[in-house]
Design a protein around this ligand. Structure first.
Ligand code: PLP
Length: 351
């Protein structure tokens, strides 16, 4: 059975590497440099956030309450006090505390699941707050990415969710000097993850005959979660793979897949990122936590892996959406019939 969802995979070949080297010899700037200009590459998103926070004097960081624990931890490890603001079902902030003090605070704005939010950076910028935009989910939308970079002091992203490279954390700025990735790469994490992605590629080439890759990839993430954030550099392997990244070819299938999900989801299942152009996931809110969990189990039994963004354990504040949301994969690896497979499970389960 063809599996839907989960990590990308690596299928390196000497021929591909030679082709890549030949393309790079023509020295076109890579996609991210073309869109963003000056950038620094760290091992992970949390490392990029940690590095910029370490360089900023403000003692407080405002984070949205729909967030992954690794970002909260990175802020604390950079010595900052973490405050939370609430995010609503439109993925926009609700009740922004007007007590944010520009001299002493920075704000992190997450542009969720392909939906660019121009209002909050503009509002915060007018008040003199330093704005850090998390563009992890915006990487395929070049126009939004560019606008976001103009409107923010810094943009940062976790790169490994967007393609088959083992690590990568981006930090870019049009206005500010960038802190350097002056610690060595995360060799243990990269080694485990690269092996996991390679195994996944081999398994995928034989109809997902083997799941050993899951153990390697899980262990890689767990190793990362146990390690402190730091200004670790991105691996050479990922830099080379990223230099050949051409997301333009993926945009059309992503848009078609997203549209298929948008049109086929039952009314009882709310699509929160309906305004997105090129998301990797459709973010759905189900009627209850029990229904979400049931749909997720049924999807898994049908070979579709739908993650929950994000587990709430350890978070200082929990967003009410967190108990009923599920992310449906709709990236360019899949076709309309894959989206139909997802939809038929959901339609059946929510009837
Ligand atoms: C939106 C977003 N930003 C940042 C991060 C942190 O990235 P990393 O795991 O590369 O440190 C994550 C991790 O899940 C994320 O989902």
């Amino acid at each position: 059975m063809q599996v839907i969802g989960g990590e990308y995979w690596l299928v390196p070949s000497v021929e591909q590497a030679a082709e890549l080297a030949a393309e790079q010899a023509g020295s076109q700037p890579d996609y991210l440099s073309q869109v963003l200009g000056p950038a620094e590459y760290f091992a992970t998103g949390r490392d990029a956030l940690f590095a910029v926070l370490q360089a900023l004097p403000q003692p407080t960081v405002w984070l949205p309450d729909l967030v992954c624990l690794s970002l909260v931890t990175a802020c604390r490890q950079a010595g900052k006090q973490v405050c939370s603001y609430a995010v609503g079902a439109d993925l926009l902030p609700r009740d922004i505390p007007l007590t944010m003090d520009a001299a002493n605070a920075v704000i992190v704005v997450i542009h969720y699941f392909g939906v660019y939010n121009p209002l909050l950076p503009a509002w915060a910028g007018q008040r003199g707050l330093t704005v850090l935009s998390d563009v992890t989910h915006l990487l395929f939308d070049a126009a939004a990415l560019q606008a976001c970079n103009q409107a923010s002091d810094y943009v940062f992203a976790s790169l490994r969710k967007s393609g088959p490279w083992p690590d990568g954390g981006l930090l870019a700025s049009r206005r500010q000097a960038l802190p350097q990735a002056d610690l060595p790469g995360r060799l243990d994490f990269v080694a485990l993850r690269a092996a996991g992605l390679l195994l996944r590629g081999l398994s995928a080439s034989q109809g997902f005959a083997d799941n050993e890759n899951l153990a390697w990839l899980r262990e890689a993430e767990s190793l990362l979660d146990r390690a402190p954030a730091g200004a670790h550099a991105c691996s050479y392997l990922s830099r080379q793979l990223l230099a050949g990244w051409a997301p333009q070819q993926q945009l059309a299938p992503m848009a078609v897949n997203f549209q298929t999900l948008r049109q086929g989801l039952p009314a009882s299942c709310q699509l929160l990122n309906a305004a997105a152009s090129y998301p990797l996931h459709a973010l759905c809110a189900f009627a209850s936590s029990a229904q979400r969990d049931q749909v997720r189990s049924r999807l898994a039994a049908a070979g579709c892996f739908a993650p929950i963004h994000w587990p709430v354990a350890g978070l200082p504040v929990v967003n009410t959406l967190a108990s009923c949301i599920l992310s449906l994969p709709c990236d360019a690896r899949y076709r309309t019939e894959d989206m139909q497979r997802i939809l038929s499970v959901i339609q059946d389960e929510t009837r």
